[in-house]
Design a binder for this molecule. Structure first.
Ligand SMILES: [Zn+2]
Length: 219
């Protein structure tokens, strides 16, 4: 469901402008290959047919991953000077997208603005790292007979906490106490699960008065 648009690209060396197609909308949850290209910071990287210079065109890209609750408007790095203006533009585009895609797809989603691909690439790499740790955790949790509580992915990302938490099953379901007990069992098996160790420590210090919000959709 990703799509491209035709643009006139202008080489930074001042060569003759040329027409080309670039990605304007990428679904990170539907197209793993495009997501990888974006992480490698090579999405829409063009080569000038005249002088061979590699450059990014002045074309914005919208990146959407519903499962990860991530909606990003990526403007060219050179647009940063007029950040306020582009923030306003993003708000208007987001309203139009909500209408086009249907409200439900974008519920709870707070659009984020980026200038250039570097920062978004780092964010996705961090998501991948957390995802790997989560997989290890879920493997151990299954082994220990623990249940899993899915945290809202955007809440987890913004607050640097795990997006899936183990808990000791019981009639009360996932609670701060059952999650703390689950984490204790988990860390007893593998103490190197960084984000889980940090969250367990935060729980022990009473930094969380209630469970983080759960994921709106199942994974
Ligand atoms: Zn050129």
């Amino acid at each position: 469901m990703a799509f491209k648009g035709l643009i006139e690209a202008v080489c930074p060396k001042g060569c003759e402008p040329f027409e080309t197609e670039v990605w304007s909308f990428v679904r990170g949850d539907k197209d793993a290959e495009l997501r990888e290209i974006l992480v490698a910071q090579e999405l829409n990287l063009l080569l000038c047919p005249q002088c061979g210079t590699a450059f990014f065109p002045e074309a914005p890209v919208v990146y959407l991953d519903s499962a990860a609750e991530l909606l990003a408007f990526v403007f060219p790095a050179s647009y940063r000077e007029r950040e306020e203006y582009w923030r306003g533009k993003m708000g208007a585009d987001f309203a139009a997208m909500r209408q086009a895609l249907g409200e439900r797809a974008l519920v709870d989603m707070e659009p984020r603005i980026f200038f250039g691909f570097e920062e978004l690439s780092r964010l996705l790499e961090e998501d991948d790292y957390q995802g790997e740790e989560r997989e290890v955790m879920e493997f151990i949790a299954r082994d220990l007979g623990l249940s899993l509580y899915s945290v809202s992915p955007s809440y987890a990302r913004n607050n640097r906490i795990p997006s899936s938490l183990p808990f000791v099953p019981g009639s009360a379901g996932a609670t701060l106490a059952s999650v703390a007990a689950g984490l204790e069992k988990l860390l007893g098996v593998n103490a190197h699960l960084e984000s889980y160790g940090a969250f367990f420590e935060a729980l022990r210090r009473g930094r969380h008065k209630k469970l983080p919000p759960s994921a709106a959709r199942g994974r």
